[in-house]
Design a protein around this ligand. Structure first.
Ligand SMILES: C[S@@+](CC[C@H](N)C(=O)[O-])C[C@H]1O[C@@H](n2cnc3c(N)ncnc32)[C@H](O)[C@@H]1O
Length: 290
């Protein structure tokens, strides 16, 4: 059965400022709960005000792991003043720059999930360059230019553990469907073309890919890492699960099966775009980017 958040978590998600529609949030949650079986942290690039973080935090809580979320909190290109996704309430009046960190902290506090999240405040590539811990899930929802989305992929995808999940938001195969740019779609293609990831689910513009486990040598014993990835829908025996990092014990009841009810459709058409289509001919419609 697909893991779903409790009603109070879903209500907190819906109440939070942000951009993710509910169906994509539910798919992200199911993926995060499934990935949490690996007993490794879940990481998001693109915190904004914490809407999607709520779901990762609750999945992390269920698995007994930590959710990490990366953002410089100064907003993406299209969230700046004068652009389509700007929210004046996110501007720090003293310095005149966006600062979504206070809203993010309030969101998590109200949801009762603060202790399950570590916020990493800074530029994604700078943090990724220092990173050295395998991750059960990487959710890419940061900047949407080729520069930023590409750097997020290059910086974080290598840290997805075998059997772990790479989740990409705002994948719009058809340029007519998109209005935040097709860089996430190009990152998605890059991941598939690398041969390192296989698509397992599509919901709206959300794509869930699994790191393809390394092939065992003929007649040989699978490498220890291979044991982390049980076939989809099968619960690995406890001794086969990847060891949880110190202090992180996944709750057995939360070793949820793979997400269900999501149609794998490589290159499939994305769902309706987010609300707030830029006015035709506006700067944002021509070049809206995160
Ligand atoms: C689309 S928003 C994230 C939305 C959020 N996941 C949600 O569901 O509401 C993108 C965020 O990425 C952040 N961002 C963009 N480029 C970044 C970079 N290079 N490093 C860190 N954060 C970045 C922006 O500050 C912005 O808050």
């Amino acid at each position: 059965m697909t893991a779903a958040p409790q009603p109070e978590i879903l209500a907190a998600f819906e109440a939070a400022k942000g951009f993710m529609p509910v169906d994509e949030g539910l798919a992200l949650y199911a993926a995060a709960v499934e990935a949490g079986r690996l007993g490794l942290p879940l990481l998001e690039v693109g915190t904004y005000c914490g809407r999607s973080t709520i779901l990762l935090a609750d999945a992390a809580r269920r698995a007994g792991v930590t959710a990490l979320t990366v953002d410089h909190h100064r907003g993406s290109e299209e969230q700046q003043p004068g652009w389509e996704y700007h929210d004046p309430q996110t501007v720090d009046p003293e310095i005149g720059l966006m600062d979504t960190l206070p809203a993010f902290r309030r969101t998590l506090h109200k949801a009762g999930l603060e202790e399950h999240v570590v916020a990493l405040v800074g530029r994604s590539p700078q943090i990724a360059a220092l990173w050295n811990t395998p991750l059960a899930l990487v959710f890419v929802d940061g900047g949407h230019t080729d520069e930023h989305a590409g750097a997020d992929y290059a910086g974080w995808a290598p840290h997805v553990a075998p059997g772990g999940l790479l989740v990409i938001h705002d994948v719009f195969p058809d340029p007519e469907d998109e209005f935040t740019g097709q860089a996430p779609y190009r990152v998605y293609l890059r991941a598939l073309e690398s041969g390192e990831f296989t698509e397992i689910a599509v919901t709206g513009s959300l794509r869930v890919l699994r790191r393809t486990p390394p092939t065992a040598p003929a007649g040989g014993t699978p490498a220890p890492d291979d044991r982390a990835s049980a076939p989809e829908g099968e619960t690995p025996a406890p001794e086969d699960r990847a060891p949880a990092p110190e202090g992180q014990t996944p709750a057995p009841e939360d070793r949820a099966p793979a997400p269900e009810g999501q149609t794998p459709a490589p290159g499939g058409r994305a769902s309706a775009p987010r609300p707030g289509t830029p006015a035709p001919g506006s700067a944002a419609s021509a070049a809206a980017r995160r």
